[in-house]
Design a protein. Sequence first.
Lengths: 913, 122, 77
Amino acid sequence: MLQEWVILLVSFCYLGILFAIAYYGDKRADAGRSIISNPYIYTLSIAVYCTAWTFYGSVGRAATTGAGFLPIYLGPTLMAALWWFVLRKIIRIAKTHRITSIADFISSRYAKDPLIGGIVTIIAVVGILPYISLQLKAVSVSFNVLHTFQAPAPLVPAADSIWSDTALYVTLAMSVFAILFGTRHIDASERHEGMVAAVAFESVVKLVAFLVVGIFVSYYLFSGPAELIHDAVISPELSKLMNIEALSGGYVNWFTLTFLSMMAILFLPRQFHILVVENVNEEHVKKASWLFPLYLLAINLFVLPISLAGLLLFPDGSVDPDIFVLAVPLYNNQELVALFVYLGGLSAATGMVIVATIALSTMVCNDLVMPVLLRLRSLQRSDLSSVLLTIRRGSILVILLLGYGFFRLIGESYALVTLGLVSFAAAAQFAPVILIGIYWKGASRRGAITGLLAGFAMWSYTLLVPSFVKSGWIATSILESGPFGIELLGPYHLFGLAMFDPLTHSVFWSMLANIGCLVCVSLFDRQNAMERLQAAHFVDVFRHEDIDTGLWSGTATVAELKDLVARFIGSEQTDKAFSEYATEHDFDVKNKAQADANLVGFAERRLAGAIGSASARVMISSVVKGEEISIEGLMKILDETSQVIEYSHRLEGKSRELEEATAELRAANKRLTELDRLKDEFVSTVTHELRTPLTSVRAFSEILRDNPSLALEERHKFLDIIVKESERLTRLINQVLDLAKIESGSAEWSQDCVDLNEVIEEASRSLSQLFHESSIMLEKELPARTVLVMADRDRLVQVAINLLSNAVKFCEPGTGQVTVRLSTPRGKVRVEVADNGPGIHPDEQKRIFEKFHQLKGIRDEKPRGSGLGLTICHRIINYHGGSIWVESRPGAGAKFIFELAPAERSSTDGQAS
Amino acid sequence: MADTILIVDDEPNIVISIEYLMKRAGYEVAMAYDGQQALDYLADNRPALMILDVMMPNKNGFEVCAEVRSDQRFAEMPILMLTAKGRESEMNKGLSLGASAYISKPFSTYDLVERVKALLQV
Amino acid sequence: MPEIKRRQNERLVVILIVGVIALNYPILSLFSKVRLIFGAPVLYFYLFTVWTVFIGCVALVLEKTTSSPFVSSPPKT
């Protein structure tokens, strides 16, 4: 009804006002006197939640479903009760970690993973498209209606071609506007104070507009809401709207809507941006927690009256309830009111579009494009600030065009609210990863990825796909009987769950998949160090008031830092930022000077605002020399530590070897000590043995000297003793020396072919006197042939003599008999010396070859031997590789046996002795 | 009545030499050739002094000395120990067990007789 | 967290739970009737009343809270 140019003029004027406010807001922020730093502005900015949906769609919904429009606003009210600790925690985390978007938040929580950031961005973009298309639709429809309204007017037909489609121009206009608004420069903190101011302003505008039209309709066109209601109650059609049953899906749907809006108020990208990123002061949340619900209440007061009015005025359904708000005043020729309404709707729509596209383009730039770009080495040296701006602007345009595309393809067939709800359901996919992520350290990266993907997949299949069907792009059979005829997988009744309305159905399955995967995968997953660190940072953010995500202890010059930052945010901004920092911190910004840790951290924060915290860190670390004490630095230290641990393991292994060696040494030492002790014992025993005969020699010598008048007989006796003891002494000394020589290895051994027959003969000859004196028989049993061994002849004779003389010692004189036998059993050479003496007790048999072991004499007299004879025999025989032992039974004599290996038959004959 | 001296040593020749020396010095002599024989003798006799060798079979000199000293009758009896080992530790051990004096082999005959005389005069 | 904060959070959670219950089945079904009260449909009256009361409760709890010392404003642009 209004001229097109009028509408356009008004629109652009209004947008111009918005722009001016934004500009002013930015200027004030730059000057340090922010105009948005109060809780009321904050609250109003949150009201960007109320978009054209609220403006037009609520009434439309009320007209079809009665109270069904309310849950969208009850949900945020309920959720606001939790803002004080949930939202505040999120804000605290975001500020601490310089988070610039919802994708940044989620990626940061899960080990700063750029993959998650990318996934979130894609989900956000795809999910918000319906919402954007909703705004575009609302604006273009309202424009058209305002322009061409005639009552009763048919529903606005779809444009025939793109180029005559108002919506396209609306889209383009909005892109320009959004670009101008949000991307004049790259701000490090990603905050747009001007935008916030403008949004707050437009929240006021839309509230006022709605109240105006509400009051107008209620009191001006009718005589108050009471009349409207009264009229409605009378009509049977309308009275149905008075109860819940009007809402398709009933109480379940009601609950789903409440739940969804509770999630949406926080996790729609634009909401997250306004609530968290643009938040200036945590304290503001306090006021916002109840002021914002109050706003919602106010803006919904007149929804019911207006919708009833619309229904009453246009009972035949000829007017789309979504435009009742416009249609009612227009019907009554209240063009001014209608224009105001249009402005309100435009305001609401632009608010949403601007904030949403700016938030989305930030994510696309920081979390989708930048990580890829940074990997391309060729770009690392160039100036990226203009590239960043271009990316942002481009993405705004692309997103809006995509939204337009969605609108063209699908938006026609849906009511506004329905489109919005699809986006709500997408935004709800972020709720588990965030809410669970800030309270449960166990939520892992892989869990988050699977949860997000599963939820998104469910959402697409159960909501997005049907929307394509509804618009005719996919055959409807899929809805009825499932894909490829598999009924169980039908998008509206997945796995046979048919009790829910489509929205609830979708929400149920997507939430189940999302939360289920998140929790289950996290439970079975193992987090790496970064994940654990970030999880702790997030969950415990209230416990650590001033955690920095990383301190720099490296060095870089100020110039290098400035260069780096300027690459991304432009040299003008960089200069400004640095000089501000300098004045604040009171130092001279000399280009050559070293940057201290604080300045480096400052530069990093600036950079993080432009390209995200993960990328900023990478860039800064490339410039800063020296060590960085940061997560990465910690990781390096951890690496080193693990190396040290491995090294120490090896050391342990070595030390174990060392211990074993020590043990061996100790054993050897013990043996040596033992040997030493034995040696000492030996020495002391030898001393004793030597001193004993010496005592007799000396004593008797002195007696003889001092008693010259000794009786002859006694003299003889004593002299005899002296002689005997001297002999004994000599023998002992000889034997000790002999044994010592043998044992120390310094004895000289000769080796000849020796005939044992001759050895025995010689020994017997030497002792024949002894045998004769003691009247002991000596029997020889010798083989006729020669028996040869390779040995030291003299030594073998020594052995034979020793054995024979022992045998004599232990035989009874007269009856004693000694038998010596030479044989060659089993290829060995065997010599036996047997006596018929008293025999040797088994206990003694073991010990007779020991040093100084002496057997008692035949008449129990003191043994006259040294105890070394057999020992020497033993050593000699052992030296030749043979063995020597005794066989005896007490009372049955003793037999000493030694065996030797025979000599090899060789060409040389056995030598004659 | 001359004092009786008990000579305990497992070397017969040494016993003979000491026996001659003691008799020459005017004492009566009793002989034992191992520890047990000495104790058997002491069960029924009270010599004035005991010359005791250390290295003996059937109870060595230390054991005999300890047992003798624990007997009331011989608490005061002088005991002269002989040893061929000559180490100071041996001497101390003997003295701590109750030996009155110590002589190492080979001894001087003059020394031996003088010692005995001195011990018996106390 | 100090005791006061926890009590405060508890109160908020309780208010939330009460709100959820009050605004959903089955309580809601009690008011789903075609009747008027003070000239307004009983359902709407109930909903708006609960809504207002809810907001009031939250406001009451929060306005009495102590502020935390952490001020989140980042350094000036």
